[in-house]
Design a protein around this ligand. Sequence first.
Ligand SMILES: *Cc1c(COP(=O)(O)O)cnc(C)c1O
Length: 690
Amino acid sequence: MKERQASLDHFRVAAALLVAAIHTSPLASFWAEGDFWLTRVLARLAVPFFFMVSGYFLAKSQWKSLPRFLKKTALLYGISILLYLPLNLYANNVAPGEWVRAVLLDGTFYHLWYFPAVLLGALVAFGLSRLRLRASLPLAGLLYLVGLGGDSYYGLVSALPWAKAMYDGLFHVVSYTRNGLFFAPLFLLLGAAGLRWRPRFSLAGLLLSLAAMSGEAFWLRSLGAQRHDSMYLFLPVCSVFLFSLLLSRNQGQDRAARTFSMLFYVLHPWCIVLVRGGAKLLGLEGLFVENSLGHFLAVAALSGAVSALPLLLQRGKPSQTGRAWRELDLAALHHNAAALQRRLGPRCRLMAVVKADAYGHGAVPVAKALQREKVRAFAVATLEEGVALRKRGIRGTILILGYTAPFQSGALARWRLTQAVVEEDYARRLSAQGKRVRVHLAADTGMHRLGIPAEDLEAFRRVYQLPHLKIEGVFSHLCAADSAAPEDAAFTQHQAEAFRRLCRRLEEAGCPAGQTHLLASYGIFSLPTGEYAFARAGIALYGVGSGSGCPQPPVELWPVLSLRARVAAVHSLAPGETAGYGRAFRAERPTRLAVVAIGYADGLPRDLAQRGGQVLLHGRHAPIVGRLCMDQLLVDVTDLDEVRGGNIATLIGRDGASLITAEELAGQCGTITNELLSRLGRRLGLCLLE
Ligand SMILES: *Cc1c(COP(=O)(O)O)cnc(C)c1O
């Protein structure tokens, strides 16, 4: 089986090169027909491909990432407008009336039409997608047909007087029909459909439809029918087969390729100007301007060099996906945060619990992603965790839920961290340091872990008298909210009542409780949330339940983390041969063993094989065998298609149609997901899927 790679991202680079070809006509000096085919037929696949990728990822997030996508694209467009402003000024084509139209519809420079098209197109496609695919695709197809009549079929269609009148009216408003209304929605929705056939079928379809599109293009050219030559009847067909072909090989992402292709696309017209200017200056116009191939190569080389600059800065940094890594689905994280916040209602705010490196997900990227989604309160377990977040720009409340030695009060104050007060004596020692420290008082309502006994109002009052504590909140923690057993449910009710009574009595005693909070994930699921200022969500935020014994969340949550590792080597064993420490695996039949580069030092239990652990390889389950090593484990791949070094094994997450959930793995390990995930070692790479 061919190794899968980030085909979608890699093809972006090819697509950007094709766009540069459109704008430089590489073969024009030698072979007009060839150049027409390259730039007006083949290269016309490039931009639809970009639209399709966007549609594919938008649909993957169920369009929840649309606002972020629009914001990012608009920002990029804004920067591009500024970048090309000097050229607009030089060409003196910035009449104010025209300018508004250019910004909103046509783009302010010839290649920048892409941005308004994808912005408007995404909105139209989103609107259509609400109609279910069956209705949305035909409607988008209809819009495309209208666009076609104003593009390469204009010469034919405009023979009809009413059609000519219609299009000419349209062209008073927009310069082309290749835009966000008639062009982009169809490709965005085709990408969203994510059609995927077997590679051979896709390839055959691609070749046939490309041949048909070539015939169509040359025919239209011979008729002189084209007003513009971006749209063909066969272009969507071709694009769907191309996308299917790439999708069937696609795994993971290549951010470098993404950044490179985006820069290349935005910058190449500037490079065209620079190549022309430079060639003139050096007297090399014959080679680099008049010779079309020389021109193309010079532009591609210059654009490539400029676009590669950011990558150069990354050089030497180890890849995150070289050995074993965690993959975070940020769209799922956003979805979970929004779903939980909806459940909490307008008054109660989500406090994101990102202790233990965000349950193994990486505290900084998780907190940053949540901060972008307007989460303004975070909880950690230690001082160091809090400081690390502040240093990386996390604002708002950061509450330290665990113990911090009072002599560190200077650091608490300096980094504006909020400390949990874990008992009365602790409060006294903390205040005695003489630094003004923000605190939340922990109340013990029955867990008997941390906190001042909730019924001891006098103890609370004494703490309120202490001079240096800035008491901003009071909280407690439930210890059996994840259990549906009647006695546990009664205990939870009892805890909630004790907390409520404490808050009331504090207010009556003139000790303002400030921001109160009681509920963690399972409390959010089972108790009313309205009366508290915050709810502290940990495991729910990461989209998994604690374990199989726990109640099902009443809100839909999406798992955020996948755990993957590379195959390091593959061995063939004869019956009777053994493998690994203690010779714990013995081959009963001719066996192929894959050595996967992840072990117990990465957070997996040493006896995972004996507990029934599996991995996914090429979309299928394969059993882990023998004893786990510190840095490797063994997988029996005898029953799988050919597995080779470099292949990717999945320990948590999806591979093709197969899935291993964190709950499943935690169950096998005899623990809950909270423990399994928070143990994931920091030497694992971290790869963010946006
Ligand atoms: C860890 C922790 C949480 C988060 O619990 P989840 O069940 O993961 O949501 C909330 N509050 C306190 C005090 C904690 O220690």
